[in-house]
Design a protein around this ligand. Structure first.
Ligand code: SAH
Length: 248
């Protein structure tokens, strides 16, 4: 009797024991196939590049290839990380924002920067635009007026191994005379008009890309000829945070 009981409960136990094994087999396989968060971000990044950037006419293969590799999700605050690959700007704190991915791609393409170039960026913000540019150019110098943003951009860029970027906390209206002249200059905050000091820090033959205007802003490309004359071409209306004036 006791033996039978024992046997019965033993059988029941072994049958029950199979249930988690079956679950483990079924769900174990499912878990193994589920993409990791890193892979999920990677596939969203590839879709972002094809649907938002390439589809809207950015063609430079190098720019597209770089944007497929830089992990944008690591440049935005954790609270908005799930939206890192969405088609709009995102807040990065201190009333500032990281630009819409398409605008980053377009401005990078318009800048037409080369491996032997020394480039100045005004408005480091999250460091994302700097990261993209750093893969294209020789040396990148970037100025950020909000100390906390400058510090966290340095940290992010360093942790991801972007070594040819130098970030300085300061006011872009003053330029970076110690490192001038630059082959390329990019502004990611909008001044009412292009600061003269930046035009002076641009090499002959150089190019500057910037959102310009108070209220209505236009993305412009300024080309400086060999004899120092500048021509300005308007590309499209945009909306950027205004370029702030420093206090000193
Ligand atoms: N390129 C950035 C976009 C940042 S938004 C990115 O990829 O995330 C524009 C940035 O310009 C803000 O961080 C803002 O603080 C900064 N900024 C505004 N006025 C400035 C000035 N006068 N000098 C330097 N940075 C400025």
């Amino acid at each position: 009797m006791t033996h039978t009981k024992c046997l019965a409960s033993g059988q029941a136990r072994s049958r029950h024991a199979l249930v988690p094994v079956l679950f483990a087999l079924i769900f174990g396989v499912a878990v193994a196939q589920a993409p990791s968060p890193v892979d999920q971000y990677r596939s969203r990044r590839l879709i972002m590049v094809s649907d938002q950037i390439e589809a809207r006419g950015v063609r430079n293969p190098e720019v597209l290839a770089i944007m497929r590799t830089v992990p944008r999700e690591l440049f935005v605050p954790e609270s908005v990380r799930p939206q890192a690959y969405d088609d709009y700007p995102l807040p990065i704190g201190f009333g500032q924002s990281i630009s819409q991915p398409f605008i980053v791609g377009l401005m990078t393409e318009l800048l037409d920067a080369k491996k032997n170039h020394r480039v100045l960026e005004i408005g480091t913000g999250s460091g994302y635009q700097a990261a993209i540019l750093s893969r294209l150019v020789g040396e990148l110098y970037s100025i950020e007026i909000v100390p906390e943003l400058a510090r966290s951009a340095v940290e992010t860029l360093r942790s991801l191994g972007f070594r040819n970027v130098t970030v300085r906390e300061g006011d872009g209206y003053r330029g970076w005379p110690e490192k001038a002249p630059f082959d390329r200059i990019i502004l990611t905050a909008a001044p009412p008009e292009i600061p003269q000091v930046l035009l002076e820090e641009l090499k002959p033959g150089g190019r500057l890309v910037a959102p310009v205007g108070a209220g209505v802003q236009n993305l412009v490309v300024v080309q400086k000829s060999a004899d120092g004359k500048t021509t300005t071409q308007s590309v499209l209306p945009v909306r950027f945070v205004p370029m702030k004036r420093g206090t000193e």
